[in-house]
Design a protein. Structure first.
Length: 140
């Protein structure tokens, strides 16, 4: 691939790869044969791993993140079509557009960040939704 790009006159200065063990060995071999190219592990992947560790160490952050993941998972589950539709209606009223909630993934880069920002993006609509669809606790 590197040779093909160079034949087309494309200069490569840096290649970023996944941080997995197989890619570490791959980067080391390529560094030897391509000294003018910088090979880097993916910083965002490593950052997401560190953020995950921080959430695991802090009880408050872990609880908050678990609630955020449950919330986004609930609104991405097709079994909850009624409430998903109501939240979409509320987003249209509040923002005049729709936003999708991100769900966490084990290997998705930035997944913790995306979950949090997707909730914050529609915070106002979620608050109004919660007021409108608050479960009744009548003891009839």
């Amino acid at each position: 691939m590197i040779a093909d790009l160079e034949k087309k006159g494309i200069n490569i200065c840096t290649i970023v790869t996944d941080s997995a063990g197989t890619y570490v060995a791959f980067r080391q071999k390529l560094r030897i044969s391509n000294r003018k190219i910088t090979f880097l592990p993916c910083f965002t992947y490593q950052l997401n791993l560190y953020i995950g560790k921080i959430f695991k160490e802090s009880t408050d952050l872990k609880v908050s993140m678990n609630h955020a993941i449950k919330l986004t998972t609930y609104f991405r589950n097709t079994n909850n079509k009624f409430f998903i539709a109501r939240l979409c209606d509320q987003q249209k009223i509040t923002y005049e557009k729709y936003y999708i909630l991100a769900v966490s993934g084990e290997t998705c880069w930035n997944s913790y960040y995306e979950v949090c920002t997707s909730i914050l993006r529609i915070r106002k609509a979620l608050q109004i939704f919660a007021i409108n669809y608050k479960p009744s606790f009548d003891q009839a």
